[in-house]
Ligand binder design. Structure first.
Ligand code: NAI
Length: 297
């Protein structure tokens, strides 16, 4: 949904939207004019909704806080494994009867230091899986999770993650304190050749800085399931179109960058849970019950 498509709505009380819909003040005002009383997000993140405007126009906002943390955590690990062992390249190579191993050299995950930023639902599962690989986990969160400390995961200042980690995975929400968390200053502290994985939100990373860091070799491997300007690209087939976004084109040109189009959530279990939670929340609203999953300013 955006400022154009919102005008197509007639006679509805609720709208159900996703991560790349632009729910800004103009859209919210138009929703209010059309009688919409509740916006149900089929996702956890709500950075794309102007909550102050929703409050002003007396529209409730609900989300799906947790559906399958495993889906996203496992996708982050799939990206990490692909980048490391280059299975995407091996797949194409072998189909072409090229059985050479040149360029496919990886490293053992066992014993590596993994920095996890954000240890909520997804970050926690991610930490547990990485522990199974025999990695040393360093975590950072504004609200440390005691369950993780109890199993030996160490919370450290952000700077220690940047300086010590061989792999950094981002699992925090996008908000004013996390926007461009990966910037010039943080990149300068990183180990040369670090692997960076972002399955959270594109704007956690300053893409221009990351492109420079890929060119200089500071970032050795990059896996992104999210991208700052993704709303103009992701979830569409643009294979016959000219891409005007030069940053995504530049990123796609690196041999050590893996991009997926926001598919971390895309498992059968997650979709089922999203549908069940959204329908249950809308039913509670209709019945006038307390809204469990309301997002408030
Ligand atoms: P959550 O709310 O359970 O956990 C987020 C954690 O980040 C919390 O522990 C919170 O304290 C922490 N946090 C907040 N501000 C922070 C800061 N400044 N520095 C460090 N940590 C901070 O959220 P959940 O379910 O784990 O999701 C994390 C993010 O993953 C979502 O916000 C969303 O952006 C993204 N996501 C991506 C999906 C995909 O398909 N790629 C699907 C679902 C979520």
């Amino acid at each position: 949904m955006n400022e154009k498509t919102v005008t197509l709505l007639i006679d509805v009380n609720a709208v159900c939207v996703f991560v790349n819909d632009q729910i800004n003040r103009t859209v919210i005002q138009k929703l209010a004019e059309r009688g919409v009383k509740i916006i149900a997000l089929r996702c956890a993140g709500f950075n794309h909704v102007e909550l102050a405007a929703a409050k002003e126009f007396n529209i409730k906002v609900v989300h799906v806080p947790a559906y399958s943390p495993h889906a996203v955590a496992e996708h982050a690990i799939a990206m990490m494994m692909t980048l490391n062992r280059k299975t995407h390249k091996a797949y194409n190579r072998v189909r072409d009867q090229n059985f050479s191993l040149n360029g496919l050299l990886g490293f053992d995950l066992h014993g590596k230091t993994v920095g996890v930023i954000g240890t909520g639902n997804i970050g926690q599962v991610f930490c547990q899986i990485m522990t199974g690989f025999g990695c040393k986990i360093l975590a950072y969160d504004v609200h440390p999770n005691e369950a993780l400390t109890a199993v030996g995961i160490r919370y450290v200042p952000l700077a220690e993650i940047f300086t010590q980690a061989d792999i950094i995975s981002l699992h925090c929400p996008l908000n004013e304190s996390t926007r461009y968390l990966i910037n010039d200053e943080s990149v300068q502290q990183m180990k040369k050749g670090v692997m960076l994985i972002n399955t959270s939100r594109g704007a956690l990373i300053d893409t221009r800085t990351v492109i420079h860091a890929l060119k200089s070799g500071v970032i050795g491997l990059l896996g992104i399931d999210v991208y700052e300007q993704e709303e103009k690209l992701f979830f569409r087939d643009l294979s016959e179109k000219i891409i005007k976004d030069d940053m995504i084109s530049r990123l796609s040109s690196f041999p050590n960058v893996l991009i997926t189009a926001h598919q971390g959530f895309f498992t059968q279990e997650a979709l089922t849970q999203i549908a069940l939670t959204t329908l249950a929340t809308l039913k509670s609203y209709e019945q006038g019950d307390v809204l469990q999953n309301e997002v408030k300013l």
